[in-house]
Design a protein around this ligand. Structure first.
Ligand code: UN1
Length: 505
């Protein structure tokens, strides 16, 4: 299997991505499809990041004064570029992250959707008016732009998650500095290039430095984390990364928005439509080769329907087409790299040592693609929720446990330390409502009769517990990117004090 150079060159040219000359310090982007280099980007130093923060601070001073609906217009123009180049950008996502074409395109659609949402929001950045206890007084809250936003994103959603942050940050009046994953460097350059085209159409109102990309390794990320000029640091990645980033940003009283690991469970009740459940589970368990933070990793199935469901799942798994994500008909592309493959194999060995019966999980296509890592998605039948099940392994492993009583299923579901997404398949109204209730799923996302992945942008996205608590994308997530002021106006001729305090001078 080999990525054709011609496709790469055409894609990069259409998107306006220019690779630096060989004399410049660079980072190489490698395709997980065949393990071969796709291109280079210029690498930045920590000192350069400090310069970017300074540029962004100046941009903020000007951009915050542009009326929000005018800021929205810039995002509208950006969405035009994304619509026009959806095929090419989606293909680049597939080339760099290894997702199948439909999922690559879907990711760009997610960008378009959040831009549309942000555009509407640019006329809706509203605060409350609040009844004052004092006569002749009015109280209200106002939302102001926050400042420079830093975004650290992961390889698995190389463009969508950044754009959730970017589109909202821009309409909220903030410039963004983006440190993409070192595995998806070119997709970030492409987003920047397309935004550059939108800026040219927008005209002079936009200051320089609204969107900057800082390419590099850990030191570049740390420069953003530690710079007091970065008002909000939004980071997506592992719980380990969040554990390092969160306290450092908090130490300088910065704001952080963390979207960390998930260990998403699905409960399948005896009344469930098993056909629907099977389809929902397979997409969520093997889509993006198990490398979404919303991937279904745990299946908690009622003992009475366990065999029937497992038979369907095994049948579906046996017919999955695994291979070149650019080829039509493929459902499962490669893992991102050798380390991901090693982690998957280690988890499967550990599962076996903890009593698992494993189906699938082997490497395939090794002869055709010796430097790439294609795997059969695995189903691991577990004796219970053992240690390996409680950990997030970023690979297509579906751990299966059974239950007898509904309460037991909920307890098992909520027992893990992560809390991103969850689902129940049931036709029992009481179970469905209970799952969504205060005593039900403890996750940030809880679904009934659909899978754990593939959320729409209109809702708030994020999770609880070790998932970090942040909420991005829809609903009122925009408030992360603004600072709130409570304002009281006295339009009387008296000066009554609140709480009835007397202070006569
Ligand atoms: C992620 O994996 O970091 O809900 C984001 C989903 C996508 C976003 C996933 N809309 O699966």
């Amino acid at each position: 299997m080999k990525v054709e150079r011609d496709i790469v060159d055409r894609t990069l040219a259409e998107l306006g991505v220019e690779c630096p000359g060989p004399q410049e310090p660079g980072l190489v982007s490698v395709s997980p499809i065949d393990g071969a280099p796709l291109g280079r980007v210029r690498m930045h130093t920590a000192a350069e990041v400090a310069g970017m923060v300074e540029t962004a601070r100046q941009a903020y001073a000007a951009w915050r004064l542009v009326p929000a609906p005018r800021r929205g217009e810039l995002i509208r123009l950006y969405a035009d570029e994304l619509r026009a180049h959806k095929q090419a950008l989606g293909r680049l996502v597939s080339l760099e992250a290894g997702k199948i074409i439909s999922e690559g395109q879907g990711e760009v659609q997610e960008m378009v959707d959040i831009c549309d949402f942000a555009l509407g929001l640019s006329r809706q950045l509203h605060g409350l008016t609040i009844a004052s206890e004092r006569p002749g007084h009015r109280m209200m809250e106002t939302w102001h732009p926050l400042g420079v936003v830093g975004v650290i994103s992961a390889f698995n959603f190389p463009v969508a998650v950044w754009s959730w942050n970017f589109a909202l940050a821009i309409v909220c009046g903030n410039p963004v500095i983006w440190k993409p994953s070192e595995k998806t460097l070119l997709a970030a350059q492409a987003c920047l290039a397309l935004f550059g085209r939108a800026l040219r159409r927008y005209g002079d109102e936009a200051p320089a430095g609204l969107a900057q990309v800082a390419q590099g390794g850990r030191e570049v990320g740390e420069a953003l984390v530690d710079d007091p000029g970065v008002a909000l640091l939004s980071a997506t990645g592992s719980t380990a990364m969040g554990r390092a980033v969160g306290p450092r940003v908090a130490a300088r009283f910065g704001r952080s928005l963390l979207e960390l690991g998930g260990n998403n469970g699905v409960i399948v009740a005896p009344s469930a439509d098993l056909e629907l459940a099977c389809r929902g589970i397979v997409f969520a368990a093997v889509g993006t080769c198990g490398q979404r933070c919303t991937t279904t990793r745990r299946l908690i199935v009622h003992a009475d329907v366990r065999e029937a469901l497992l038979a369907r799942l095994r049948q579906a798994y046996a017919h999955l087409s695994i291979g070149d994500p650019l080829a039509s008909g493929t459902l499962v592309g490669p893992l991102i790299d050798a380390a991901a493959f090693d982690a998957m194999q280690a988890a499967l060995r550990e599962a076996v040592s903890q009593g698992a019966v494993v189906h699938g999980g082997r490497r395939v296509l090794e002869r055709k693609a010796p430097k790439a890592y294609y795997v059969e998605p695995a189903i691991a039948e577990m004796p219970g929720q053992t240690d390996v099940v409680r950990r997030e392994t970023f690979a297509p492993i579906l751990y299966v446990m059974s239950y007898r009583e509904y309460d037991e299923a909920i307890a098992m579901h909520n027992e893990v330390s992560q809390g991103l997404s969850s689902a129940i398949f049931t036709n029992d109204l009481r179970e469905a409502e209970s799952f969504l209730s205060a005593a039900g799923s403890d996750c940030g996302i809880a679904n009934v009769n659909l899978g754990t992945s593939g959320a729409e942008i209109g809702g708030a996205f994020g999770g609880n517990k070790e998932t970090g608590g942040g909420r991005e994308s829809g609903s009122d997530a925009w408030k992360n990117y603004m600072r709130r002021a409570t304002n009281t106006v006295n339009y009387s001729r008296q000066l009554p004090l609140a709480q009835g305090v007397k202070f006569d001078i």
